[in-house]
Design a protein around this ligand. Structure first.
Ligand code: ADP
Ligand code: MG
Length: 557
C-alpha cells in the first residue's frame, strides 16, 4: 500500500499561507504590493478589529478582466513572471503567484475589479480558497479586495493573534513602510472607521517623510545621495546627538522594497562608530537602487530578505558615504573628527587624599563620546569620575549612577517631580507612535509626563518630570512609544521599562558635567538607592580599587 500522496490544493495553499500570512499585517503587505504592482496612484486601506474582522484594500490600478480575476486565486498564477530569466530580473514587488491563494485559503474574500473603459466590472466571492461565484458588476477602474474573518478555518493560527491594538500597530508599520518608498502613491488608512493615516501623493521621499514623521523629525536628519557602479544610495540619518533608545525608526529599502538586512544596518552603525553612545541608536532611512540582475529577492517567502551579488560593495558604499557626512558635520559643529582613541590627558589627576568625604572629583576622558566643546575647563569631559577614600579609590560612571538614582526615584514617587511647562510643547509623531501614546496617557502621566491629543498625529505636552528638559521631547516620546509597543506585544512589565527609559534620557550624558558639590551629592544619593552598584540596564555604576588591588596590579605583591 503506498503511503505517499499528493496534498490537496487547498491544503497546499494553507501550508503556503503558514509561511506568508502570519497576521493581518501580512495580508495588508501582500495586498499593498499587488496594488503597487498594478500601477495604482491611490490606495485606500480599511481595517476593523485589528484586521481580524475586515481588511479592505482598494486601488485605482490596472484592474483585472474576468479571466484574470478567476485565475488570480490559483496557486502559482502570476502576470509578473514569464520565464526563468525573469526570476533573476525582478522589477515588481510580487512574482511568486502565492499571495492571493494563500490569503484565500484562510479567510473569506470578496473581490471587485474592472479595467478602465470596460462596460462592466466583476464581483467574486472566494471562501476557504474556493471561488464561489463570478458576477458582472457596475464598471470599476481598479481593484478592491475585502478579506474577512482571517484564520476562521485555522484556529491554531488565530490563537497567536495579539490584541487588536497590537495588530493595528503592525498594520500601521506595514503601511508606513510601503508609503515611505512609494511617495508617488497616495495612501489612506482607516481603522474602525477612524482616519489613521492620510498621505496624498508627494513630490519625493523627503516630502513623504515629512508627511509621516513631521518637520521637526526631518530637521534632525542629514541627507545623503551617492552613486557607485550602477548602485544608487539615498539615505537620511540622525545628525549628531539625535539618537534614540530603540531601533524603531530604522528602515532599509532595496528597489523600493522594505527589507531586513543586517549587513546594511551594520554598515550604518559602523559609520556612527565613535559618535554613537552605547545603547543609543541612530534613526535611519536607507534607500538602495540595485540593478535587478545583481540581487536575488527569491530567498524568503515573504521577500523580506535579499542576497546581493556584490555584498561588500554595497556595504562599503553605505558605510563610507554615511561616515563622510557624519565627519563633515562634526567638523562643522565641533573640533575635527579623530578616529583614533583620544588618550588620557595630562590634566588627569590621581586623587591623593585618603579622605573619602573630600570627594575630589577627577574626570577621565570618555573615549566613546566626547566632542562637546563647552565642558568646564576643570574637567576633561566624559562620564567617569574617580574619588579617593576608604583605603582605595572608586571610579564612578556618572551617567550610570545618575540613571540608577533617577530610576528609583521615578518608580517610587513619580508625580512629585512633575514640572508644569510655561509653554506647552507640540510634538508631531508618526501615526503608530501617536496611537500608542494616546492609548497609554495614564501610565505615562504617572511618570510626570502630561499630554493631550491635539489631532493630526500631534500631542501637546503640558508637564514633564523635573529631570527632562523640553528640547528633546520628541525623541523621548518616540522612545516611550517604542517601549509601549514592544511591551504590549510581549506583556513585559512596562513601568520599569519606562522608568529606565526616562532615567536614561534625564541623566547627564551629553550635558555639562556638574560641579564637585553636585558630584558628592550624587554619591550620597547613590548610597541611598536599593541597588547602588548597577544602573537600570545592569551595568556597573562604580568600581572600587583597594590598595591591595593596586599592589597586585602593579605586581608589588
Ligand atoms: P503575484 O503578486 O506574486 O503575482 P498574487 O497571488 O499576489 O501573486 O497575485 C496574482 C495575480 O493577480 C497578480 O500577478 C496580478 O496579475 C493579479 N492581481 C492581484 N492583485 C491585483 C490588483 N490589485 N490589481 C490588479 N491585478 C492584481
Ligand atoms: Mg502579490
Amino acid at each position: 500500500m503506498p503511503r505517499i500522496r499528493i496534498l490537496q490544493p487547498n491544503l497546499r495553499n494553507k501550508i503556503a499561507a503558514g509561511e506568508v500570512i502570519e497576521r493581518p499585517a501580512s495580508v495588508v503587505k501582500e495586498l499593498l504590493e499587488n496594488s503597487i504592482d498594478a500601477g495604482s496612484t491611490d490606495i485606500k486601506i480599511d481595517i476593523s478589529y485589528g484586521g481580524k474582522h475586515l481588511i479592505r484594500v482598494s486601488d485605482n490600478g490596472s484592474g483585472m478582466d474576468r479571466e484574470d480575476a478567476s485565475l488570480a486565486f490559483e496557486r502559482h498564477a502570476t502576470s509578473k513572471l514569464l520565464d526563468e530569466d525573469g526570476l533573476f530580473n525582478i522589477f515588481t514587488l510580487g512574482f511568486r503567484g502565492e499571495a492571493l491563494p494563500a490569503i484565500a485559503s484562510v479567510s473569506r474574500i470578496k473581490l471587485f475589479t474592472g479595467t478602465e473603459g470596460s462596460g462592466s466590472g466583476i464581483e467574486a466571492e472566494i471562501e476557504g480558497g474556493e471561488l464561489k461565484e463570478t458576477r458582472a458588476a457596475p464598471p470599476y477602474a481598479g481593484t478592491s479586495i475585502e478579506v474577512k474573518d482571517l484564520f476562521f478555518n485555522t484556529p491554531a493560527r488565530k490563537k497567536f493573534l495579539k490584541t487588536d491594538s497590537t495588530e493595528v500597530y503592525h498594520i500601521i508599520d506595514t503601511v508606513t513602510r510601503a508609503a515611505i518608498s512609494h511617495w508617488d502613491i497616495g495612501f489612506r488608512l482607516t481603522t474602525d472607521r477612524q482616519e489613521t493615516m492620510n498621505l496624498p501623493v508627494a513630490s519625493g521621499t523627503k516630502e513623504r517623510l515629512m508627511q509621516i514623521f513631521g518637520n521637526e523629525f526631518l530637521a534632525e536628519l542629514s541627507e545623503i545621495n551617492a552613486k557607485n557602479t550602477g548602485i544608487g544610495l539615498t539615505a537620511f540619518v540622525s545628525k549628531s546627538e539625535n539618537f534614540r533608545n530603540s531601533r524603531s525608526n530604522q528602515f532599509v529599502f532595496i528597489n523600493r522594497r522594505p527589507v531586513k538586512d543586517l549587513s546594511i544596518s551594520h554598515a550604518v552603525y559602523k559609520a556612527f562608530e565613535g559618535v554613537l553612545p552605547r545603547d543609543r541608536h541612530p534613526v535611519f532611512f536607507v534607500f538602495l537602487e540595485i540593478p535587478p540582475h545583481k540581487i536575488d529577492f527569491n530567498v524568503h517567502p515573504a521577500k523580506r530578505e535579499v542576497r546581493f551579488v556584490d555584498k561588500e560593495m554595497v556595504y562599503k558604499l553605505v558605510y563610507s558615504r554615511i561616515r563622510d557626512v557624519i565627519r563633515a558635520e562634526r567638523t562643522e559643529y565641533t573640533r575635527p573628527f579623530t578616529e583614533a582613541p583620544v588618550t588620557a590627558s595630562s590634566e588627569y589627576q590621581f586623587p591623593g587624599s585618603p579622605d573619602f568625604s573630600a570627594n575630589r572629583p577627577v574626570v577621565a576622558e570618555n573615549l566613546e563620546f566626547n566632542y562637546k566643546p563647552s565642558l568646564p575647563s576643570i574637567y576633561l569631559g566624559g562620564t567617569f569620575v574617580a574619588l579617593s577614600g576608604r583605603g582605595g579609590f572608586t571610579v564612578i560612571d556618572y551617567h550610570a549612577a545618575h540613571e540608577r538614582i533617577l530610576f528609583e526615584k521615578l518608580l517610587k514617587d513619580m508625580r512629585s517631580a512633575t514640572r508644569q511647562l510655561l509653554f506647552p510643547v507640540q510634538v508631531r509623531l508618526s501615526a503608530r507612535e501617536y496611537r500608542v501614546l494616546l492609548q497609554n496617557v495614564d501610565i505615562i502621566k504617572t511618570f510626570g509626563i502630561e499630554m493631550e491629543d491635539f489631532g493630526h498625529n500631534t500631542v501637546i505636552v503640558r508637564a514633564l518630570p523635573e529631570e527632562l528638559d523640553d528640547t528633546g521631547v520628541g525623541g523621548v516620546l518616540s522612545d516611550i512609544a517604542a517601549d509601549l509597543i514592544e511591551g504590549t506585544a510581549s506583556n513585559s512589565p512596562i513601568k520599569e521599562k519606562l522608568a529606565a527609559l526616562i532615567a536614561c534620557h534625564g541623566s547627564v550624558r551629553g550635558k555639562e558635567l556638574p560641579p564637585p558639590e553636585a558630584i558628592s551629592g550624587l554619591i550620597d544619593d547613590l548610597e541611598k538607592t536599593e541597588h547602588p552598584d548597577k544602573c537600570p540596564h545592569g551595568r556597573p555604576t562604580r568600581i572600587f580599587f583597594s590598595l591591595d588591588d593596586l599592589n597586585k596590579m602593579f605586581k608589588r605583591k
